[in-house]
Design a binder for this molecule. Structure first.
Ligand SMILES: [Zn+2]
Length: 354
């Protein structure tokens, strides 16, 4: 992958490209942002573009230098990470020693330091001198998710580039680029939009399991069957009150999105704007069993229930009240289904709490 092909943070890409074009690569840089993997990707591809033998200000991805950088085998690109909680003094001594030598194969030598906030004052002192009096051949790129934790003496010697989190469509493209099927990539990007701190951390089987569980719960809610069992079961098997609340919050969120799709289908069965388009058939079935008023009522009730549980009231009593309040008087609901409530598992499969 070339620098130009990196997804997201176009302004930073333009800055890095201009360093190369003008032959003015700073000797020390800090890349900061919420996704360390994304910053590492930029650092490596920037180094590769700078070291490419074709010297077109981007990587060709075919020359021996580019291929070696991609394989992590190029001697003039070193990636360092803290040994334990902090960088150790001997790690920095080694770094400083190699920073005193000429590059082995290329014109420049890149040192990429992960988690640079873990350079403490003890280990950083000798390193500071290296940053202060840089050899023109050395480029240090310090990566961090916490700029504020980087020693000010280090910050002041570096060009700081602040990365933005990827936008939803960029996450989707990034996942597709990594070989995720486009439809899965779309759903992963959508459901992880709020906390897409780390694109690499997204996990399709986990999301799919959650969506399946929520569809099952929604089915029970709409059919007003076994809801009490399901919610109490979830509560009893949560590891703690906090984990139940976290799960319930996610549940309200996911179910709201499923309900949103049901409302879309009520208005236009052929709509192409479903979020959970892969569940269309099942959602159509549920749409036929409910109406928009009931859906709004259900969402509101779930939000109230979440709010009250968070207020530290007795969750078990609240769940029972919730069931009673939304079940219309005189409606017996559907007969109990053969499915067990245990199909809906709390995250992490926790044990009963107190
Ligand atoms: Zn090349």
């Amino acid at each position: 992958m070339s620098l130009a092909e990196l997804i997201g943070n176009t302004r930073i890409k333009a800055t890095l490209a201009s360093y190369l074009r003008n032959n003015r690569v700073p000797s020390s840089l800090i890349f900061t942002g919420s996704d360390p993997y994304h910053q590492l990707l930029f650092a490596l591809n920037f180094a590769k573009a700078a070291l490419c033998q074709n010297q077109t200000n981007d990587s060709c991805d075919h020359c021996p230098h580019c291929l070696a950088v991609d394989r992590g085998l190029f001697p003039d690109v070193q990636i360092l990470e803290p040994d334990g909680q902090f960088y150790r003094k001997n790690q920095l001594d080694e770094l400083i020693a190699s920073a005193c030598r000429r590059p082995l194969r290329a014109q420049k030598r890149f040192f990429i330091m992960k988690d640079a906030q873990r350079l403490n004052e003890n280990s950083a002192n000798s390193f500071l001198k290296t940053l202060e009096e840089p050899l023109p051949t050395n480029v240090f790129i310090l990566l961090t998710a916490n700029l504020a934790q980087i020693l000010p003496t280090i910050q002041s010697r570096c060009q700081i580039l602040k990365f933005l989190p990827l936008a939803n469509h960029e996450v989707r493209l990034e996942l597709q680029r990594r070989g995720v099927d486009p439809e899965k990539a779309r759903l992963l990007a959508f459901f992880n939009a709020d906390d897409m701190k780390n694109v690499a951390g997204t996990d399709w089987p986990e999301l799919e399991e959650k969506r399946q569980a929520m569809l099952f719960i929604l089915d029970r809610l709409i059919r007003q069957s076994q809801v009490e069992d399901i919610l109490l079961d979830l509560y009893d098997r949560s590891r703690s009150r906090e984990s139940f609340i976290a799960y319930f919050r996610e549940m309200v969120n996911l179910i709201s999105i499923l309900l949103r799709d049901i409302m879309v289908l009520m208005v236009d069965a052929e709509s192409g704007t479903l979020i959970n388009s892969d569940y269309k058939e099942k959602l159509m079935e549920l749409a036929a069993l409910t109406n928009i008023d009931k859906i709004f009522f259900l969402i509101r009730k779930m939000e109230f229930l979440l709010r009250d549980i968070q207020r530290n009231l007795n969750a078990r009593v609240l769940i029972l009240e919730f069931i009673n309040s939304y079940t219309p008087q005189g409606s017996a609901g559907a007969p109990p289904a053969a499915h067990s409530a245990r199909n809906a598992r709390p995250l992490g499969g926790g044990q009963a709490n107190g």
